[in-house]
Design a protein around this ligand. Structure first.
Ligand SMILES: [Mg+2]
Length: 306
């Protein structure tokens, strides 16, 4: 049984023989959260459902129906599970089988009869690598200055949100945000303070990314975006954000808008994704942002697809 908030690394053990499953679970259960599957299809169900938490799969090669090799192929073919490390468990100790499995993309090999000390070391090595990989992936998704998502991560999440909303029919909201007269701000106050202002706006934007699927990102120098799948009150939310920036009262003596730092926002809420493309949606948001700028800045211009 797993505790509700078990944050230990998760391992999936796949073996058609119950004795092997139980032995491995007993061997690893103190250090790790262990899931069990007795065949290939069961393994794939677990892997897909737990992909975000799953660091390692111990996979028996020889199982009736679907072999371990086939399971690995199916894991690699699914983007959700493609990155999960796999250690093969095999009774065949010949080099050819080992080479075959490693060529398929297995991270390592353990052979039966299982020697607990060897299993523990190999598992620990792979878990260590998997955690490092995840940490690096997270770093590669973050804008170093503000801590928001970076452009690359935004692009990937935008595509994902698009596909999900297309499938479920939920609306997709996208706001583009630009700090007004930011060049003049930097010229007057210097880049160090300019960076402070970027961080302050980023923090305020992040505070308005309220739901788990919302994503606040920095996509250019002083340009941000808020991606909001499936909401109904987006105009109000972006307006709240804009006013929260005003309320921060960051002095901007060279702004034509007023005495403090402000932002302009272009917001698109798409309801029928079949009538628009991702690029079209971004261009629309950009055009609305431009309109907000030309109408005097410090405002939101929104368009909701009817
Ligand atoms: Mg077997």
């Amino acid at each position: 049984m797993n505790l509700p908030h078990d944050d230990r690394p998760t391992i999936l053990v796949v073996d058609d023989e119950r004795l092997n499953r139980n032995a491995l679970a007993a061997m690893l259960g103190l250090e790790y959260r262990v899931l069990l599957a007795k065949d290939g299809p069961g393994a794939l169900v677990h892997a897909q459902r737990e992909a975000a938490q799953l660091q390692l799969i111990l996979l028996d090669v020889s199982m009736p129906g679907m072999s371990g090799y086939e399971v690995l192929g199916a894991l690699r073919a699914d983007e959700r599970t493609a990155g999960i490390a796999v250690i093969f468990i095999t009774g065949q100790s010949d080099d050819a089988a080992e080479e075959y499995g490693l060529n398929l993309g297995a991270a390592d090999y353990v052979s039966k009869p299982i020697r607990p000390a060897i299993v523990r070391v190999r598992v620990r090595n792979q878990i260590h690598l998997a955690l490092q990989r995840r940490a690096l992936e997270r770093l590669a998704q973050i804008d170093g200055l503000t801590g928001l998502a970076n452009r690359r991560h935004f692009d990937a999440q935008f595509e994902r949100a698009w596909r999900r909303c297309e499938r479920t029919g939920c609306p997709l909201g996208l706001a583009l945000v630009d700090i007004d007269h930011f060049k003049q701000y930097n010229d007057r106050y210097g880049h160090v303070q300019g960076d402070e202002a970027l961080r302050a706006v980023a923090q305020t934007l992040q505070a308005h990314a309220r739901r788990p699927d919302d994503l606040a990102a920095r996509i250019g120098g002083e340009e941000f975006t808020l991606l909001m799948p499936g909401d109904e009150s987006l105009v109000q939310r972006i307006e709240d954000f804009r006013q929260a920036v005003v309320a921060q009262a960051i002095a901007h003596a060279d702004s034509s808008v007023g005495p403090t730092l402000t932002v302009s926002c272009g917001l698109v809420v798409a309801r029928q994704l079949e009538h628009i493309t991702p690029t079209g949606l971004l261009q629309k948001a950009d055009a609305l942002l431009y309109t907000a700028k030309s109408q005097g800045r410090n405002r939101t211009v929104a368009w909701t697809q009817s």
